[in-house]
Design a protein. Structure first.
Length: 409
């Protein structure tokens, strides 16, 4: 009994293997008997066309201000007044905040007093030097007349050199105290905090406010951020396939959910020289004029960039593309023999409706509906009218291997 069951299992397995081999051979050759028994497959066809096709890249990204910086004090102190709020316009050089300045005023007064002392010492040393010079001249005259001794001349010269050195010290002290006064005055000026920048528009806007009046601030502590939003920077990330197509100066169209139906012009201004290993994408920055300040930092954007235009591209409907045995191609309608011929093709750019065929040269009619039931050489039936109807039988499609007039090899 067990042997009979084993024989039966072996027979069933061999039968399944034989059936699979037969099915594959039938699929690679002419339609099998089941296909013939089923009859022709009803299909729709459309003509291969020549169209102007644009290679368009579509990306998503984020908006950033063209310029952004933090306003911060250069000295420590208590924030006495904060003169701007979030969203306020700010002009170049405008006063933003003030710090308590009592301590810095006192430092200026002290430095000024020390400078006055140094100047008084300078005047005293200058007078002493002048007296020492006259005394030296007098002793030299007496020495020439043999009235003064050599030791008196040496003493006068030593006294002159001493006063000259003291005078030079006094001169240096005046310069030192003057510099200290100027430094104290600069520190005092730092208690008045201004927004200043070199390039760009004369007016910007306050983006964030980090502190309130009365807060104790360290040097370089953030007070507010100032943004230039009259020109925005759109940051997108380009995959490896599109990286070679991106170039400086390319123009694009920007849309955002905040202003549905409205487009903004953009231009590529910076391209990263590398792709990140983690994402295989490169950062690309686009400059977007924003004179009405409608666009704001942080907005999500969609960007459309036209890479290239092909004025005479061979195209087929996107619905005509199929895959058979791992190869992409189309089914050509052979009106003479009423069969479908599978032709592998190399596809170029693709949009929402059409696909560019780079190779081989193609003309005639391609099957756009019903090809999911087809294999190479399957019988087809084309309705005489309705969507996808084509000219009379025999017109339009060459047989595979024939060269139509006007095709490029």
């Amino acid at each position: 009994m067990k042997k009979k069951i084993a024989y039966a299992v072996v027979i069933v397995v061999l039968g399944l293997v034989a059936w699979q081999i037969y099915a594959r051979l039938s699929a690679s050759g002419k339609p099998n008997r089941m296909q013939r028994a089923r009859g022709p497959v009803a299909v729709e066809v459309k003509e291969v066309q020549k169209k102007t096709l644009k290679d368009i890249g579509r990306f998503t990204g984020t908006l950033y201000p063209k310029s952004q910086f933090i306003v911060a004090p250069k000295v420590a102190g208590r924030l006495e007044k904060l003169l701007v709020k979030i969203g306020d316009p700010v002009k170049k050089g405008q006063l933003i905040a003030t710090l308590e300045n009592d301590e810095y005023v006192q430092q200026v007064d002290q430095a000024r007093a020390e400078l006055d002392v140094a100047r008084a010492n300078f005047e005293e040393s200058r007078s002493s030097l002048e007296i020492a010079r006259r005394e030296l001249d007098r002793v030299r005259t007496l020495r020439e007349k043999k009235i003064a001794s050599e030791s008196e001349l040496d003493s006068a010269e030593a006294q002159f050199k001493t006063q000259d050195a003291r005078h030079k010290v006094a001169v240096a002290q005046v310069a030192q105290k003057d510099a200290a006064l100027k430094a104290a005055q600069v520190r005092l000026s730092y208690t008045r905090i201004h927004a200043s920048w070199e390039e760009g528009d004369e007016t910007r806007v306050v983006g964030e406010r980090f502190v309130d009046e009365g807060a104790m601030l360290a040097a370089n502590a953030s007070i507010v951020s100032v943004l230039d939003i009259h020109t925005m920077i759109g940051v997108i990330h380009v995959i490896e396939r599109d990286y070679s197509k991106i170039r400086l100066g390319l123009e694009g169209e920007v849309t955002t959910d905040a202003y549905a139906g409205r487009t903004f012009s953009a231009r590529v201004v910076r391209i990263a020289p590398f792709l990140r290993e983690t994402s295989r994408q490169a950062r690309v920055e686009m400059e977007i004029p924003n004179p009405e300040t409608l666009l704001r930092p942080g907005m999500f954007i969609r960007v459309k960039i036209e890479f290239t235009t092909y004025p005479d591209a061979t195209v087929v409907p996107l619905t005509a593309l199929v895959s058979r045995n791992g190869r992409q191609g189309v089914f050509l309608a052979d009106f003479q023999e009423k069969v479908a011929r599978f032709l592998p093709v190399q596809v170029g750019i693709v949009n929402t409706e059409w696909a560019q065929v780079l190779e081989p040269a193609l003309s005639g009619s391609v099957i756009t509906l019903g090809h999911h039931l087809l294999e190479d050489a399957s019988e087809i039936m084309i309705p005489a009218a309705g969507p996808g109807a084509v000219p009379a039988e025999g017109k339009g499609l060459r047989k595979p291997g024939a060269t139509p007039s006007g095709d490029r090899k």
